[in-house]
Design a protein around this ligand. Structure first.
Ligand SMILES: *Cc1c(COP(=O)(O)O)cnc(C)c1O
Length: 507
């Protein structure tokens, strides 16, 4: 996954920004962040469907007050609205199924497990008719233990170990997405040694990299993933070939008796809002499938267009519904297959963030607050309020890794104090330990209050760490108006349990 850029883009009119700017707009605020009229407002597209405020102003998840969740399960707490997760999974399934129904008999949706893989989330995805993508032996083990049909599991990775590949082969995984010529040859050998056939998709890099509202199209891509469509000056052995790694891999795959070449795959980025990048990638890859047919007389059966569908992290993000992306993609696939006289391959996609992200929110308890003076861009001095919470980069590393923006609201009450520009920070020994870089919070938010950060379902639990020996948070799922633990909170005892020191008195 790569998220090189900060989430930016034209401001769209949402519930908050539609209101006239309130007094107290800060010179330190980024352009995209207006001072809100009501800092307690919940912008719909940021929150899981079950999130609301009750009559007393408290944030609730399917009717359960935030304070009750915090009291029962502790904080920091990742709360997942299971019904919302399932609804988003269904929206992808039905949207793509409908758009591709008459073109190529529907489409398969793989939940990109790496975004938020647990036994529960894998099972929910499978129960909603999705398949599951994994990217390691560990993820594969979770999907299998969740009861996902091995034939409906994909295995990714740019450097799969022999053990991982063998595991996938013997478990009957439906597709192994191969990343390089080297890996293809090695996998073919492994499969042959064990008398097995490897179901292979080739991951291609079509020279399209998309993020938010833009995509970049090039011939070459300087990245570790995939097989380039562009002719290479030399192969891995230093021979001059003038052929693309993709065509070398196709030839090798077709020649290997232990390989069944199912199709090709591409994944062009993350946090993508527009369909044009996906469409261009599909065109380039379909043109390649036409070349394969012309060279080898084979029409490959499947085309996976990857994941990367964007979500709203702040009020400026306005993602399109899955059905709209699906319709645009179906049009591109229809045009390209017609142009090349190709039968439409079976289409699949791999959304992760767009299913898991908005279904989650993180509850934190506020500790220290303080205000610091900062030099403002106009030469004056402006105040920034720091609000420190009981988690941080260990439960959500995206701000420190990608400079990612989030927002937050006070969850245990709806304070009426004037909103002031605030920075929500964690408790780690690292100045980059930011939870929400810029948000207007009521000026009286203080020790003991709860903050809720929306859109934290994806790439948080799965990227968590134990930095500063902080035990990782619990994950609770809410459905039918009831909350239950799906990942228990880690304890300091869990951390100490891995210690093997000969002088340890507790041994
Ligand atoms: C990360 C990844 C995905 C999922 O990306 P999202 O942004 O979570 O939708 C899908 N496919 C591949 C190959 C990936 O690497």
């Amino acid at each position: 996954m790569s998220e090189p850029d900060k989430t930016t883009g034209p401001a769209v009119v949402g519930k908050e920004s539609a209101q006239p700017p309130a007094a107290g707009a800060s010179l330190l605020a980024p352009d995209w962040l207006p001072a809100p009229g009501d800092a307690n407002a919940l912008t719909d597209r940021l929150w899981a469907a079950g999130v609301a405020r009750d009559g007393a102003g408290q944030l609730t998840v399917q009717g359960i007050p935030a304070a009750e969740l915090a009291e029962t399960f502790g904080t920091p707490l990742l709360v997942v609205d299971e019904d919302d997760f399932r609804a988003r999974a269904r929206a992808f399934k039905s949207g793509f199924e409908a758009a591709f129904a008459d073109l190529c008999g529907g489409a398969d949706v793989y939940f990109a497990g790496k975004s938020f893989l647990t036994l529960s989330t894998a099972r929910w995805a499978a129960e909603e008719g999705l398949r599951v993508d994994t990217a390691s032996g560990g993820e594969l083990a979770i999907a299998l233990r969740a009861g996902v049909d091995p034939a409906h599991i994909g295995l990714h990775g740019n450097n799969k170990s022999d053990a991982e590949m063998l595991d996938a082969l013997t478990q009957g995984v439906g597709r192994i997405i191969v990343d390089s010529v080297d890996e293809l040859r090695h996998l073919a050998e492994l499969a042959a040694q064990h008398g097995l056939t490897a179901p292979v998709m080739l991951r291609l890099t079509p020279g399209v990299h998309a993020h938010t509202h833009e995509f970049i199209a090039t011939a070459h891509e300087d990245q570790k993933f995939g097989l380039s469509l562009a002719p290479a000056t030399g192969d891995d052995d230093g021979n001059v070939t003038g052929r693309s790694p993709a065509s070398v891999a196709v030839e090798a795959a077709l020649a290997a008796e232990s390989v069944e070449l199912i199709g090709v795959h591409c994944h062009i980025g993350s946090q993508i809002f527009e369909a044009d990048g996906f469409a261009l990638a599909a065109q380039r890859v379909l043109a390649f499938l036409a070349e394969v047919r012309d060279a080898h007389g084979v029409e490959l059966a499947e085309l996976d267009l990857g994941g990367g569908h964007g979500i709203a992290y702040t009020a400026v993000d306005a993602p399109r519904p899955p059905a709209q992306i699906a319709a645009a993609l179906a049009e591109a696939v229809r045009a390209a297959t017609a142009e090349h006289g190709l039968a439409c391959p079976r289409i699949s996609i791999e959304p992760g963030r767009a299913i898991a992200g908005p279904a989650g929110l993180t509850l934190y308890t506020v500790g220290v607050t303080k205000t610091v003076d900062v030099d403002a861009p106009d030469g004056t001095t402006a105040a920034r309020r720091y609000v420190a919470v009981d988690g941080g980069m260990s439960d959500n590393p995206r701000p420190v890794l990608y400079d990612a923006d989030y927002t937050a609201v006070c969850a245990n009450r709806a304070p009426q104090a004037t909103p002031v520009l605030s920075r929500v920070v964690g408790k780690h020994c690292e100045s980059g330990d930011i939870v929400v870089k810029d948000v207007y919070l009521p000026s009286d938010v203080a020790r003991g209050d709860l903050l809720a950060v929306p859109a934290t379902g994806a790439y948080t639990h799965v990227m968590g760490s134990n930095y500063n020996a902080l035990p990782r948070p619990a994950v609770v799922a809410v459905t039918g108006g009831a909350a239950r633990t799906i990942i228990r909170r880690e304890t300091v005892a869990d951390l100490l349990d891995r210690e093997v020191d000969p002088q340890d008195p507790a041994r």
